[in-house]
Design a protein around this ligand. Structure first.
Ligand code: BF8
Ligand code: SF4
Length: 625
């Protein structure tokens, strides 16, 4: 097993890697090795292939060319590249949000059988925020009106996105003064693509500022809409017990897995799996039942709302197929490795792609739309059941680990007894020093899950309450941090408070679009303390990030006033101007910066120090260095 310990800290991961090797399955880790050494120019952000006079590169040692063919220098090239990363990340989240708004619109028109409004009160509250008149209207008319109003946020007709009003007044003023208040969700992404065309914006500072505006259009626009509409359609998450890791797969049942991000498909699959006729069919085929589990963020969506078990995060997806126990995997979009179809071809697993936008080699394409989703989900679950008899030998290496999920802001406030006051009291007394949002991906450059787990372990030991999302949230759940037993690892103050509330020291807040839940929690605390988010004893971290979505998230966290520590270095080291602005200069203009620290223990130290500094400024009891 030694051989695999550098690749993943998880027992199921190590055992599955051994099995994959036996089965001659190539994994993401092997492909990563084959890429080494990766291009140094690209790592530093110094290569440009934006136009066809290039591709160009700038020599970081000052000996070769210092400008691309067009004359762009290192600062411009690096800023353009990072700007485009933000644009892609913001586009991904926001387009996911748009798909939900379209389902909401279809529900409003009675054209989405199977979907319904699960949270009419939340919908009415949002309608009020959007200025949609609710009087004398039925639920469906309000849904249609809200969907239309939200679609306006995507366009070009607004001066300010509607939900930016939720930010503390001081924060909104900072955005206005700096000229980064987001105006339209699609507009900011489109403008970033325009600005980064050859010969448009050649100011590295103005490019980065627009990057901030573009990221804010994600955090206070597309992602926030995605989360709010998901809650309206599928329910506000409440705490419920679930289980995690490869061990959630069942040897004697039909295993169906959902992979991707959008709950639009996975919710319908869940409904179809619960159909008694389907269970009867499964039994007639010799299975004991049908078992649904999740992968990545669509898995997090189901875990949060229904306690559906979670089989694994990003780097586990190939290995889950190698168990031979997956009868069908349905993918929507984002973070789905194009290798999965090839891996599945070595087993009996049926791979289904479901979104018009996302096709994969080795997958059968069965497209979901609001009108056909309920029927198609039924058909596919039936096909998964029929595939059960084609199974070969199955290897499920471990027992699952229990975890508590479902901590929406509403659920956290409810756990506190209906008001944030107990949390504020604990913060003031210093029993809880502060809060940290640990988010983001896995990346084969870092031992799988180690960044998340080591960081979180040290944070809770230092009385810092952790909220997490995405693949980070899956990592800490697998490590056993999402049950009250984990309070044994917490510092005395955190242990006392969480113990009294009967909550774990690490709270699962959902998928990656649900990072906005962390923002909303920050808003609630800032409002209660009558201050700005940047004054709170709070930090963010993405210890194993890989995705462009994470770049957008990091940027909107920082722009919202949250100091954010990244594990892997983003491709910016080719420009010391850009590095300095993002890690120092932003402090003066926006009240927060990025830091980069690959060692999770040291990253925890940075966060502790930051939290104590903020406590001191707020006049709360603080620890000396
Ligand atoms: O949206 S944490 S690897 S699955 S990008 Fe992807 Fe990263 Fe996982 Fe969720 Ni988020
Ligand atoms: Fe080269 Fe400039 Fe074209 Fe980039 S935009 S590829 S630096 S010529």
């Amino acid at each position: 097993m030694k051989k695999y310990e550098n690749l993943t800290i998880t027992e199921d991961g190590q055992l599955m890697l051994k099995k994959a090797e036996r089965d001659q399955i190539e994994t993401v880790w092997e492909r990563y090795q084959k890429q080494l050494p990766q291009c140094g120019y690209c790592e530093m952000g110094l290569s440009c292939r934006i136009c066809n006079m290039g591709p160009c590169r700038v020599d970081p040692f000052g000996e070769g060319p210092q400008q691309g063919v067009c004359g762009a220098d290192a600062d411009i090239i690096v800023a353009r590249n990072i700007g485009r990363m933000i644009a892609v990340g913001a586009a991904a989240h926001s387009d996911h949000g748009r798909d939900l708004v379209e389902v909401l619109a279809a529900v409003g028109e009675n054209k989405a059988p199977g979907y319904s409004i699960k949270e009419p009160e939340k919908m009415k509250a949002l309608a009020a925020e959007y200025g949609v008149e609710c009087r004398d209207k039925d639920i469906l008319q309000i849904a249609a009106g809200l969907a239309r109003a939200m679609q306006e946020d995507y366009g070009t007709r607004k001066k300010e996105l509607t939900l930016t009003k939720r930010a503390p007044e001081k924060r909104q003023e900072i955005w206005r003064k700096l000229g980064v208040m987001p105006r339209g969700i699609d507009r900011e992404t489109s403008e970033m693509m325009h600005r980064t065309h050859m010969g448009v914006d050649n100011g590295w500072q103005s490019l980065l500022l627009h990057g901030i505006r573009n990221a804010l259009s994600d955090g206070w626009g597309g992602s926030l809409i995605a989360t709010e509409v998901s809650d309206i359609l599928f329910g506000i998450p409440k705490p419920s017990m679930t289980s995690v890791n490869t061990g959630v797969l069942r040897e004697k049942e039909v295993n169906i897995l959902v992979h991707g991000h959008n709950p639009v498909v996975s919710e319908m699959i869940l409904l179809a799996c619960q159909d008694p006729d389907m269970t009867a069919l499964a039994k007639s085929k010799g299975a004991e039942g049908i078992h649904l589990s999740g992968l990545c963020c669509t898995g997090n969506e189901l875990l949060m709302r229904h306690g559906v078990p979670m089989a694994g995060n990003h780097l586990m997806t190939e290995l889950i197929i190698a168990t031979g126990a997956a009868d069908m995997i349905l993918a929507d979009y984002q973070c789905i490795m194009p290798s999965l179809g090839t891996v599945a071809a070595c087993y009996h697993t049926k791979m289904i792609s479901t979104s018009d936008k996302a096709r994969f080699p080795g997958m059968e394409h069965r497209e979901f739309h609001p009108e056909n989703a309920a029927d198609l989900a039924g058909e596919l679950v039936k096909e998964a059941v029929e595939n059960f008899s084609r199974r070969g030998k199955v290897y499920i290496p471990v027992e699952p680990v229990p975890a508590l999920g479902g901590f929406s802001v509403e659920a956290i406030v409810a756990a506190l007894g209906g008001t944030p006051a107990p949390l504020l009291e604990a913060l003031k007394e210093g029993k809880i020093r502060g809060a940290a949002g640990v988010v983001g991906c896995n990346n084969p450059k870092i031992t799988h899950d180690q960044g998340h787990v080591s960081l979180v372990k040290k944070l809770i030991a230092n009385d810092i309450l952790v909220v997490d999302t995405g693949c980070a949230a899956v990592a800490t759940a697998k490590a056993g941090f999402k049950v009250t037993e984990a309070l044994q690892y917490a510092g005395p103050g955190l242990k006392e408070i969480c113990g009294a509330l009967q909550i774990p020291p690490v709270l699962h807040m959902g998928s990656c679009v649900d990072n906005v839940r962390i923002l909303m929690l920050a808003c609630a605390l800032a409002d209660a303390l009558d201050t700005d988010i940047s004054d709170l004893p709070m930090a963010g971290a993405a210890p194993e990030w890989y995705s462009e979505k994470a770049v957008s998230i990091g940027a909107y966290f920082v722009a919202s006033g949250v100091y954010t520590v990244l594990g892997p270095m983003p491709p910016i080291t080719g420009s010391m101007n850009v590095v300095k602005l993002l890690t120092e200069g932003l402090e003066d203009v926006i009240g927060a910066t990025f830091a980069v620290e690959p060692d999770p223990e040291k990253a925890a130290d940075l966060i502790c120090r930051h939290i104590e500094k903020k406590r001191k400024t707020l006049g709360l009891k603080h620890r000396k260095e």
